[in-house]
Design a protein around this ligand. Structure first.
Ligand code: C2E
Ligand code: MG
Ligand code: MG
Length: 539
């Protein structure tokens, strides 16, 4: 008797039907299944997870979905305790920890039935405003009885900088501030409007009897203005701001649509720089979805090692020698193809992902440079967002030590954007980096604010003149004058001057005559993979 033959993954079933895919099996389950990456981000969510935990959650942090879950999952998994977590929608789940693979950890969430955490009362204890559920009921009622489309609007309000106040001045002051904010919101509203606090520093106003968009805009502007005025709390002067997303109810929309539209508009208000309001427009949805997709892809790219670093040579014009290479990140996405840094770096900055990506580039670039001959330098671009995190200096120290690269062979390129806010703390970081022996360049000079005072505030080793001036100088005129002026300035301040984007012999001749000290451009060498550098140098 022969043993029944077993089918292997991907084989058809014995009767020829195809084997069901893992996705269809997982999506058939009634309870949520998640895969969590090492950093706590959700890498995968099955259909049940998406339905019950708030839609498209892959790419978000586990702690965003279960705000009360403060301990790292690894610790919880190894504790052997029964772990219960409560979702933002107040449902409780028991966590079953599955296997850990290179991709992450599999979690099954079993609904802890009947334990739907019921909101204790209608009103928020701290502020006396409505709670989320009570607001939703009021909204349902208002939508059902509204006679005209658009006569109900919601204002989703998020406080800017509340967390900093709460962290630095303490929760007592934080609570006091929330109460004051609540009072100010109430004072801007009419009797029939509903005001709710739906999260730590998130509020929603339901405006009824709205005459037209302008009516809703007036209230939103008033909220931004009122909340943004100075507070005096127990002798502390406190300034915060508010971002507001406004949505007007449409007859075909339900409560969920209305709240989602308000949220989308709020997101746009924050993106536009906070401290302002935005009214929902169709299209915001698609735009956000596009960015969310790109963001999730970016997180995956980091986990799946889809990034690479290419290196573009820069040449010393006095010695006609390659002095080093600039590290430039490359992303080959399996479906999107090569995505330009110009398209994904801004989003990585917006989401904070740039800190992890930047650290990876730094470590990779230092390790690669350590294999180069002749003390050649590696230049690494560092985003303004990385300067805001406190860890930049420590990261640089660790990357240099890890690679065994002497500090003077690393050059950090910053743009003027880095010096825009918190100039003092950025200058402190820059000085700390310089004290290590690392070189600092000002990148893309001439394109941003081109403030000469920045050059005075810090002794940059190098100024890189943006390629628009090099390429625009062809026809003479402004670009040529600016190129000349910056080169002259660098010369007198004792800073090296690199001309970027030199593509032709003529451009090279021109920047030589303008006394630029270095050149970097397609004419002298395009960005190349690390393994192309040796043959480039021997040529
Ligand atoms: P950047 O730092 O000014 O880098 C120079 C850019 O100009 C690179 O574009 C380079 O490929 C391109 N380039 C060099 N020579 C020429 C030329 O002769 N002609 C033309 N048309 N272009 C030339 P890339 O690699 O697409 O990077 C664009 C920008 O993205 C960079 O500008 C930098 O701001 C940012 N970036 C790239 N990698 C990183 C990174 O690892 N971290 C951060 N924060 N930003 C990065
Ligand atoms: Mg650069
Ligand atoms: Mg540049």
């Amino acid at each position: 008797m022969s043993a029944p033959s077993r089918s292997l993954p991907g084989d058809p079933l014995p009767d020829g039907r195809p084997m069901p895919s893992a996705d269809s099996v997982l999506d058939g389950l009634h309870h949520p299944v998640l895969v969590i990456g090492q950093d706590g981000d959700i890498l995968y969510a099955n259909a049940a997870a998406q339905v019950s935990l708030g839609g498209w959650i892959a790419g978000l942090a586990f702690a965003d979905i279960f705000p009360g879950c403060l301990e790292p999952l690894d610790r919880l998994a190894s504790s052997g305790r029964t772990v219960l977590v409560t979702s933002k929608a107040h449902s409780q789940y028991r966590v079953l920890f599955g296997a850990v693979s290179a991709d992450g950890r599999v979690l099954s969430l079993v609904p802890d039935d009947a334990k739907v955490v019921v909101a204790s009362a209608e009103l928020d204890e701290l502020t006396g405003l409505l709670k989320r559920n009570a607001l939703n009921e009021r909204l349902e009622g208002a939508l059902a009885s509204s006679t005209e489309p658009g006569d109900v609007a919601i204002h989703c309000i998020d406080l800017d900088r509340f967390k900093i106040i709460n962290d630095t001045l303490g929760h007592g002051i934080g609570d006091l501030l929330l109460k004051k904010v609540a009072d100010r919101i109430r004072s801007a509203c009419r009797k029939d409007d509903g005001v709710a606090r739906i999260g730590g520093d998130e509020f929603v106003v339901m405006q009824s009897g709205v005459a037209d968009i302008a009516d809703a805009e007036r209230l939103a502007a008033r909220l931004v203005d009122l909340i943004g005025r100075t507070y005096v709390l127990n002798g502390h002067t406190v300034n915060i701001g508010a971002s507001v997303g406004v949505a007007l109810a449409k007859p075909e929309d339900g409560l969920r649509d209305l709240l989602r539209n308000g949220d989308l508009a709020l997101y746009e208000a924050k993106r536009a720089g906070r401290g302002r309001f935005r009214v929902f427009e169709t299209g915001m949805d698609a735009a956000l979805r596009g960015r969310r997709e790109l963001e999730i892809d970016l997180r995956r790219a980091l986990a799946l090692k889809q990034f690479d670093v290419h290196y573009q040579p820069f040449i010393d014009l006095h010695r006609d020698e390659v002095m080093g290479f600039e590290a430039l990140i490359r992303w080959d996405h399996p479906v999107r193809g090569r995505v330009s840094p110009a398209d994904f770096i801004p989003l990585a900055e917006e989401t904070g992902l740039i800190c992890k990506i930047g650290e990876w580039v730094l470590r990779t670039a230092c390790a690669t440079a350590a294999t180069w001959p002749n003390e050649m330098t590696v230049a690494v671009n560092v985003s303004p967002v990385q300067f805001k995190a406190d860890s930049l200096v420590a990261t640089v120290v660790s990357a240099l030590a890890g690679a065994g690269l002497p500090p003077h062979r690393l050059e950090i390129e910053i743009t003027e954007g880095a010096l825009l806010d918190n100039t003092e703390s950025v200058l402190t970081t820059l000085h700390a980096l310089r004290d290590l022996g690392v070189k600092i360049s000002m990148d893309d000079f001439g394109t941003g604010y081109s403030s000469l005072s920045y050059l005075q505030k810090f002794p940059f080793n190098k100024i890189k003149i943006d390629r628009s001036f090099v390429q625009g100088a062809e026809a003479g005129g402004d670009s040529e004058a600016i190129l000349k002026a910056i080169a002259g300035l660098g010369l007198s301040l004792g800073m090296s001057i690199t001309a970027e984007g030199v593509e032709t012999q003529e451009q090279l001749a021109r920047i030589r005559s303008e006394q630029c000290t270095h050149v970097q451009g397609y004419f002298t060498g395009r960005p190349m993979p690390a393994d192309g550098i040796n043959s480039f140098l021997t040529r």
